[in-house]
Design a protein around this ligand. Structure first.
Ligand SMILES: [Zn+2]
Ligand SMILES: [Zn+2]
Length: 229
């Protein structure tokens, strides 16, 4: 953390999109941040159909409802900062994504009592990156929306291959089968706000949601900064 502060002091941020100087600890300038279109809806976790009333209208057996603040495709500023968010010493980028997530989450999430659970990273990848980007975002959402967070309620029990190396939903689902375990003492009868940085096929969120459901969780909303597709 100290090293990060030092790096940020030596190299103040420039906007990842246009190169202009940014506000303190922002990865995008105000103009580029404001140019990112945010969503107004919740989505089906399986097919990404809009759920205007927040009620499932298709794929009723999908264990979660997707809350995605923005879309990854056709959105270069988001693509740039999410890619950068995966590098070492780039945990500070979470604040920029948090600024997009906060107004969206306030608009679409039901007024219910939630417990925040970040998607855990495998030990090896966490070590390589130095931090878990889902946990960084979960801390920011917890602080901004005043929702309690339980870091260890959901755990990864299988080291999986990087999803990006696998094509197709079936392969991705097989890779993640039984990858997670949830602590029923912490999640039983709770509504869960599951947090990750980005979702593509939804296989990770689905596998984690199944583990949470098996441990007795009630409703699950998966909140991400962007969805692909
Ligand atoms: Zn800019
Ligand atoms: Zn659907």
């Amino acid at each position: 953390m100290l090293l990060n502060l030092l790096l940020r002091a030596l190299f103040p941020a420039n906007c990842a999109e246009c190169g202009r100087k940014t506000e303190k600890d922002m990865a995008l300038c105000e103009k580029c941040l404001a140019s990112i279109p945010t969503n107004d809806f919740l989505f089906c976790g399986r097919c990404h159909a809009r759920l205007p009333a927040g009620k499932k209208i298709c794929h009723f057996d999908t264990p979660f409802i997707l809350a995605a603040a923005t879309n990854y495709r056709l959105n270069p500023p988001i693509q740039k900062i999410i890619r950068r968010f995966k590098f070492r010493h780039s945990d500070w980028i979470g604040e920029t994504l948090g600024q997009l997530i906060r107004p969206y989450a306030l608009k679409v999430l039901p007024q219910e009592d939630f417990l925040i659970c970040p998607i855990p990273l495998g030990k090896r990848r966490r070590h390589e990156r130095g931090f878990n980007q889902a946990e960084v975002l979960a801390n920011i959402v917890s602080r901004d929306l005043k929702i309690s967070l339980e870091k260890n309620a959901l755990q990864r029990i299988k080291e999986t291959k990087a999803q990006t190396l696998l094509s197709g939903l079936k392969n991705r689902e097989l890779n993640l089968e039984n990858a997670f375990w949830a602590d029923s003492q912490k999640v039983k009868d709770r509504n869960i706000l599951l947090i990750d940085d980005v979702t593509t096929t939804g296989a990770t969120l689905s596998s984690a949601s199944s583990a949470l459901k098996s441990a007795g969780a009630k409703k699950i909303y998966a909140l991400v900064s962007a969805k692909a597709g």
